[in-house]
Write a protein that binds this ligand. Structure first.
Ligand SMILES: [Cu+2]
Length: 362
């Protein structure tokens, strides 16, 4: 009996050691060469850009510890986080044209390019906006070599669901539906294999405003996604609005006291946990209510889930906004709000088309 017990213990120990070794090997193997190169915090990086340019945009922290890609994304390549404004209340029809291409060179992280499939040449596609009860008319033009569709979330007839009517290469299809309910919705291609069509870049956000609208605020539209460049089933980069670290390189400028409404959506196959630093937000789940469900500073969004976060900063300074899953954050799903003191920065407010002013280190 005694012998048998100690033998069992020995086997158990051996088993644990084997598992630990396997985990170590797996982690080592999981660090892809391309990604490792892109994220290589080398002497070369310091020489190329100096030590300062990825630090927060104030004198607050001179020793912020993040490892960033070696090349900086140019300002003109940054996805503008400002959605189109609410549509006029008497505009009864909202028309859009979305052109699909399959040959977009997309800089998914500074210095790392991929060939993306895109709606109107950006990943994510443009933010579509309408108003509850109005007609949405969205024309899909397929300039690719494969059949595609658009599947919208929300309530609509089966024939407008983007599942049956594959649009062939060179073809067109116009989706029409009455926008309801109000809220935040994903749209994405639903051709098979859908995983490939979505993760190559065919997705975007649709905002349907309540009939009477929401109180005017500074607005941001933020899509959370990820990119598996080597197709090994494991994401290599995570991003706000399609490009890892873009709002770290180019912070989003806010003013202290300014009310902000951030539309957030997760389109990737993993949970995401959008989190803002130094603050709390009013959470409206799915955007389908007028009053907040909760005051919090983090929310979990499963695949295709979305929310409205409303907040304002009381104190000027740099504040990180990130996915709270640390791996996602470290692989690109983070950025900075640069909160200005309105008394000394009246002219600094960014407009649509001009994202955020540059900052330290140039
Ligand atoms: Cu497609």
């Amino acid at each position: 009996m005694k012998v048998s017990a100690s033998r069992s213990l020995a086997y158990l120990g051996l088993g644990v050691l084997t598992v630990l070794a396997a985990v170590a090997l797996f982690r080592w193997g999981g660090m892809h060469a391309g990604v490792r190169a892109a994220l290589d915090v080398s002497q070369q990086q310091e020489e190329m850009h100096g030590a300062s340019h990825h630090r927060p945009p104030t004198k607050g922290s001179e020793a912020y510890q993040y490892a960033y890609p070696r090349r900086r994304l140019p300002a003109e390549a940054v996805y503008d986080p400002t959605p189109p404004p609410p549509t006029p209340i008497d505009q009864k029809v909202h028309e859009y044209e979305l052109v699909i291409t399959e040959d977009l060179t997309h800089e998914v992280a500074p210095g790392v390019e991929m060939t993306a499939w895109a709606f109107n040449g950006t990943v994510p596609g443009p933010v579509l906006r309408g108003r509850e009860g109005d007609l949405m008319r969205i024309k899909l033009v397929n300039h690719g070599k494969l059949p595609h569709t658009i599947h919208f979330h929300g309530i609509h007839p089966a024939e407008m669901d983007g599942v049956f009517e594959l649009v062939p290469p060179g073809g067109e299809f116009t989706y029409e539906f009455v926008a309801r309910p109000y809220g935040v919705f994903p749209y994405h291609c639903h051709s098979m294999p859908t995983n490939q069509h979505i993760h190559n870049g065919l997705y975007g956000m649709m905002i349907i405003d309540p009939r009477e609208g929401r109180p005017p605020m500074r607005e941001l539209a933020m899509v959370m996604s990820a990119f598996d460049l080597d197709r090994d089933g494991e994401a290599d980069f995570y991003a706000w609005n399609g490009k890892a670290f873009q709002y770290a390189d180019h912070p989003i400028e806010l003013e202290a006291g300014e009310k902000v409404r951030m539309y957030v959506m997760n389109i990737f196959d993993e949970s995401m946990a959008p989190h803002i630093h130094g603050n709390m937000f009013n959470l409206i789940r799915s955007g389908t209510a007028l009053k907040p469900h909760e005051l919090t500073d983090v929310v979990s969004l499963g695949i295709a889930e979305r929310a409205i976060l409303e907040f304002q900063y009381d104190h000027p300074g740099p504040y990180m906004f990130q996915c709270h899953f640390t791996e996602h954050m470290e692989l690109g799903l983070m950025g900075w709000f640069q909160v200005r003191d309105p008394k000394i920065n009246r002219a600094a407010r960014p407009t649509r088309g001009a994202v955020a002013a540059d900052r330290v280190g140039n």
